[in-house]
Design a protein around this ligand. Structure first.
Ligand code: PHB
Length: 393
């Protein structure tokens, strides 16, 4: 038979089936389009990379498919720039037609993504950004977080600084954007609830790293302790500068674990002995974590960090939803129900979702020893974000 006639006949059948909304089998969607919107440049570049690696590792461990569905990836570098967030998110949703948006690191960018996700009813899984608004006023059935809220590790550190270390006064320092404001605010809440007093909050614009004036002011204020929110490249520089200014031995430095996670190679001895709080540590006595760390190192030739874990768990969360929907991508209600009800077997320890879709999880106190954030003790068990302003039931 004439080949072009056959092709034309087949495409006509396909077009007719499509017009009638009939699935011809081959036309049915058998893959999930995942859109990574992450920082692949700038101070948070390493964080974005590790989130993607963690996500991919989980999918690869499932044989490249989740609930029988192939996974196709799309990527956008969000540059940690909130002003570009709506365009970047819309590019993945409208041009690439992704089924699920996975991102991002920076709270300001994530808030932009959350607004687009709400407007377009796109499934959004946030594998880092801790913005309180996302599990607060912006909470929505289609928005989930596999990481933490900025409040969680910060509040835990405030309790620990006052109760365990007995500090009475502190100065807080951060970049002046949602994550920095909320992290230092969470610390203050915990610290002052136990009788401590935050003397002053010092800040600088994201992602500036000209810390000299702030270090001078800390030396003048002489608080009992300093709590900072910095991450990625900025955290490396802060820890180096703090030690170089001669403050490390006189005024103890604390932070959420981002201060020393994925950064120890660059910080070297300047980080030795620092205490931080986080939902992960490098030597947890958890079998799932041992397996995860070995598989990750083998696959990517470097150690995982908290960001790798959060990426891995974003994929686990999506899988839980797809399992509940028996692989039927169109069954959004079942996917969301499955994600809400999931118990995630995370390398950090198992966790469940709060009503606002944020992990309810243990906060660990860790101490830097060599190139590891070593587990010290559980600082707060099963800490749930208060979800202030979230109206979702
Ligand atoms: C945030 O912007 O929410 C953020 C960024 C980097 C971190 C943690 C939180 O390591």
């Amino acid at each position: 038979m004439n080949k072009s006639i056959t092709t034309r006949a087949l495409s006509l059948i396909g077009a007719t089936a499509l017009a009638l909304g009939i699935s011809t089998g081959a036309a049915a969607q058998e893959k999930v389009k995942v859109g990574f919107m992450l920082p692949y440049s700038g101070t948070y570049a390493a964080l974005g990379n590790n989130i993607e690696e963690g996500f991919r590792l989980y999918v690869e461990e499932q044989g490249g498919k989740l609930e029988g569905l192939d996974i196709e990836y799309f990527k956008v570098d969000d540059e940690s720039d909130p002003s570009k967030a709506p365009d970047n998110a819309n590019r993945l949703i409208k041009r690439d037609q992704v089924d699920v948006l996975v991102g991002t690191v920076h709270s300001g960018v994530a808030m932009g993504m959350a607004k687009v996700a709400r407007d377009t009813n796109t499934l959004l899984i946030i594998p880092n950004a801790g913005a309180g608004a996302i599990t607060g006023p912006l909470c929505a059935p289609n928005i989930f977080r596999s990481s933490f809220s900025n409040w969680q590790p910060a509040y835990a550190m405030g309790l620990v600084a006052a109760e365990k270390f007995g500090h009475k006064t502190a100065v807080t320092v951060s970049w002046s954007y949602a994550a920095g404001d909320e992290s230092t605010g969470g610390f203050k809440e915990g610290f002052e609830s136990k009788g401590g007093k935050v003397l002053k909050h010092l800040s600088l614009p994201f992602p500036n790293v000209e810390f000299q004036a702030i270090l001078t002011e800390i030396a003048n204020l002489k608080p009992d302790a300093v709590y900072v929110f910095f991450a990625g490249g900025g955290a490396v520089k802060w820890v180096l500068d703090y030690a170089a200014a001669g403050l490390k031995d006189s005024i103890p430095l604390y932070g959420p674990g981002f201060l020393t996670d994925g950064t120890l190679e660059g910080q070297g001895k300047a980080a030795e002995g620092l205490y931080t709080t986080l939902h992960y540590a490098d030597d947890l006595d958890i079998e799932k974590d041992r397996q995860f760390r070995a598989a990750y190192e083998k696959r990517f030739n470097h150690a995982p960090d908290v960001y790798s874990v959060q990426g891995y768990d974003a994929a686990q969360l999506l899988h839980a939803g797809l399992k509940a929907a028996k692989g039927e991508l169109k069954n959004r209600d079942a996917i969301i129900k499955g994600m809400r009800a999931a118990t995630i077997d995370s390398p950090r320890g198992t966790f469940t979702m709060s009503r606002a879709h944020d992990p309810i999880q243990d906060m660990y106190l860790r101490r830097v020893e060599g190139n590891l954030n070593k587990f010290v003790e559980v600082a707060v068990k099963s800490l749930e974000d208060p979800a202030r302003g979230c109206r979702m039931k």
